[in-house]
Design a protein around this ligand. Structure first.
Ligand code: CU
Length: 367
């Protein structure tokens, strides 16, 4: 069949919106008609060569849609099911899945690194040449073929054009707060960076009952958005006192229980270490260059501070995705507030330009 998709041919060049060939689902795969896809900062990082990606590639990894067809051996899904596409295929057989950590499934790394399906092939092609899939999902396409485990069924009452955000940014952020950090009731939290992921961390902290939630972002508009979804204070890191002093001042001089970094920068990752109190936790959600190194003060180590990365919100998709959808439906999780714009696939390069200028929280492509 044919599908319209946005294809990356070269780093730092606009994506090309064109018609591709798409082969039907094989063993353990499903054909999805996407309803919508969010545009995530990791897509931007691939476009700008910061994160690797095989070209030509259909980008996009934050989609929701409807199952059109299933391949042989697929038992958990059928045509007509509403699904959210998730980053981990939760293969169930690798070591990490056996240790009940599907968010570290070794097949996920394979999908990301190779841009191919789990059996090594691609389903997208153009003039007989392979076109790769980002994360095995390729959500910047009207139709895509994805692994069965990467499609999590949700109720038909969930608006796919909104809950698509749960596929990446929301699960990454809410999960970092409730799963990775385990934010506790009455605690204090600082979040550096208030884009889609940062706003989701703030919501996870609120849902878990944090008493003080400090949003750190230089843009007044983002701090306001953060306050509207649950932050109790906003801090401009470029104000004369700097971010660390301001966060400490808001927590009796002691620092917060949990500081989250959602930008992926070495300097702000190091700041989290100074923002947390003794025995506090720094949780790193942003993705800087994988080869970079950070410096941590020894006094913090002796003060029992801990630092931990968060991968895909330490999420168990089959458990977490449906409950995040329920939280949206009952009003606890605010997603509409995070969607700045709804666009057509053809407008995707403009959306990336806006992202480069740090405008808005999330743009969503509607198919
Ligand atoms: Cu993402």
């Amino acid at each position: 069949m044919k599908t319209k998709a946005a294809v990356m041919y070269e780093a730092n060049k606009p994506l090309v919106v064109e018609v591709l060939d798409l082969e039907g689902p094989k063993e353990g795969e499903v054909l999805i008609k996407y309803t919508a896809s969010g545009i995530c900062h990791s897509d931007y990082s691939v476009v700008h060569g910061v994160l690797g990606g095989k070209v030509p590639m259909v980008l996009g990894h934050e989609g929701a849609g409807i199952v059109e067809a299933v391949g042989p051996g697929v038992t958990s899904l059928k045509p007509g099911d509403h699904v959210i596409a998730v980053l981990t295929p939760s293969c169930g057989t690798c070591w990490m899945c056996k240790e009940n950590k599907p968010y570290m499934c070794s097949q996920m790394g394979k999908l990301m690194a190779t841009g191919r399906m789990l059996n090594g092939e691609t389903r997208f092609s153009k003039n007989g040449k392979p076109v790769y899939h980002m994360a095995g999902l390729g959500t910047f396409s009207e139709y895509s073929v994805i692994p069965e485990g990467s499609a999590v069924k949700v109720g038909n009452n969930a608006p796919l054009e909104t809950v698509c955000l749960i596929g990446c940014g929301v699960t990454t952020g809410v999960g970092a707060a409730i799963n990775t950090a385990g934010v506790h009731k009455g605690s204090s939290v600082a979040v550096i960076g208030c884009g889609g992921v940062g706003l989701s961390i703030i919501q996870g902290a609120r849902i878990n009952g944090a008493a003080t939630i400090i949003a750190v972002d230089p843009m007044a508009e983002k701090r306001e958005l953060a306050m509207s979804v649950g932050a109790t204070h906003g801090v401009d890191p470029f104000a004369p006192d700097g971010p660390i002093k301001q966060v400490r001042a808001l927590t009796g001089g002691l620092g917060v229980h949990y500081a989250f970094e959602a930008l992926g920068r070495v300097d702000t990752i190091e700041q989290t270490w100074s923002m947390i109190r003794p025995a506090g936790r720094a949780i790193i959600v942003g993705m800087p260059d994988q080869k970079s190194k950070i410096k941590l003060g020894m006094a913090g180590i002796l003060g029992e501070k801990r630092i931990k990365g968060s991968g895909y919100g330490s999420a168990h998709p089959k458990r977490d995705i449906p409950r995040f959808v329920d939280w949206y439906l009952d009003g606890q999780l605010k997603l509409d507030e995070m969607i700045t714009k709804r666009i057509r696939l053809e407008d995707i390069n403009r959306a990336f330009d806006e992202m480069g200028r740090a405008e808005g929280a999330r743009s969503v492509i509607m198919y």
